[in-house]
Design a protein around this ligand. Structure first.
Ligand SMILES: Nc1ncnc2c1ncn2[C@@H]1O[C@H](COP(=O)(O)OP(=O)(O)OP(=O)(O)O)[C@@H](O)[C@H]1O
Ligand SMILES: [Mg+2]
Length: 305
């Protein structure tokens, strides 16, 4: 698989603030590559440099072998953008919003008409073609953003938190469509704060925090390497920690106290639970480790505002 996007020492500053602090990554052709991180991590800033609407402060960034830079028309032509903010034109209908974009890409009228019909079918909005944007639900608006991003048949799609604020049905429909694009060979760059979204869609991802990349890998690999297979949660006061940890000596679990919970990260959750039952603890649960555990371990469990 070839490499489509390469970043080295990629940096973006706004005055004194460093939004992206010299990051390196490679996005392969045909994969879904994720940027996972809390608010303000630098995800949007990074993808805006990839789709050439924000100049780099320093470092290098190439897309399809070309240097990414603001106004790079060749790169804009091969890229589709699903922005974080819903920026549809409220004075126009659903179909007219797509016509405007087709014009921007110099697509002829007849071709545009055919593509718009096909794209509205793809995102299940055919029935809404003549509706004003204000008549759409948030889920429909987000689907229209996907259709709009596809008008130029892009090789690369940048989706910045494409399912924020959606209910589970709407979210699953969008995941289906993004996965279908991937099977058609499109490369996907996704930013998200939703662990399940990252797990559902990404082949590889980076965990970003305060402008830096903390970890990179396939979601399942990251969970296995950082956490293990299972997590046992024990809700007890911290005074009990020494007694419980002592009782589990020999089980080779890492443990961590956060607030009211003592977490054990282990390979054999079932065995750990059985051993813990001997202590007659009231509030204990065993569950598979998830990307959320990785995320919280790497980025901390407190708010970042
Ligand atoms: N145009 C701008 N001018 C000044 N500061 C900015 C600008 N855009 C972003 N920032 C700052 O850069 C940092 C990274 O912001 P960015 O939007 O990239 O984060 P994010 O990971 O996309 O967060 P979120 O999950 O909230 O969308 C933040 O501290 C933000 O306040
Ligand atoms: Mg963002």
């Amino acid at each position: 698989m070839g490499v489509l996007v390469t970043a080295a020492g990629l940096t973006k500053t706004y005055g004194d603030l460093t939004a992206v602090a010299g990051i390196d990554f490679e996005i392969r052709e045909g994969e879904c590559f994720g940027f996972l991180g809390p608010n303000g991590a630098g995800k949007t800033t990074t993808v805006r440099m990839i789709h050439c609407v924000s100049p780099l402060t320093s470092g290098t960034l190439t897309v399809g072998g070309l240097p990414a830079g603001i106004g790079n028309r060749a790169l804009k032509k091969m890229t589709g953008v699903i922005p974080q903010e819903i920026n549809l034109d409220n004075d126009l209908t659903v179909a007219e919003n797509l016509v405007i974009f087709a014009r921007f890409f110099d697509i002829g009228r007849r071709e545009a008409k055919a593509r718009i019909a096909e794209l509205l079918r793809f995102v299940e909005l055919e029935a809404k073609a003549k509706c004003k944007i204000s008549e759409l639900s948030t889920g429909m608006k987000r689907r229209l953003l996907i259709a709009r991003a596809l008008i130029n048949r892009p090789r690369l799609i940048v989706a910045d938190e494409p399912t924020t604020g959606l209910d589970p049905q709407a979210r699953h429909l969008i995941w289906q469509r993004l996965r279908r694009l991937k099977t058609q060979g499109t490369t996907l760059v996704l930013t998200t704060q939703y662990m399940e979204e990252a797990q559902q869609l990404c082949d590889r991802l980076v965990v970003m925090h305060e402008g830096r990349i903390l970890k990179e890998g396939a979601p399942a690999r990251l969970v296995e390497d950082e956490i293990g297979r299972e997590v046992v949660e024990v809700r007890t006061p911290p005074e009990d920690d020494a007694r419980i940890v002592g009782h589990l000596a020999g089980f080779a679990c890492a443990h961590e106290r956060v607030g009211d919970t003592l977490y054990f990260y282990c390979r054999d959750g079932h065995g750990t639970m059985k051993k813990l039952l001997e202590l007659d603890l009231p509030n204990t649960l065993n569950r598979p480790a998830t990307l959320e555990d990785v995320f919280l371990k790497l980025t901390g469990r407190s708010l970042h505002e």
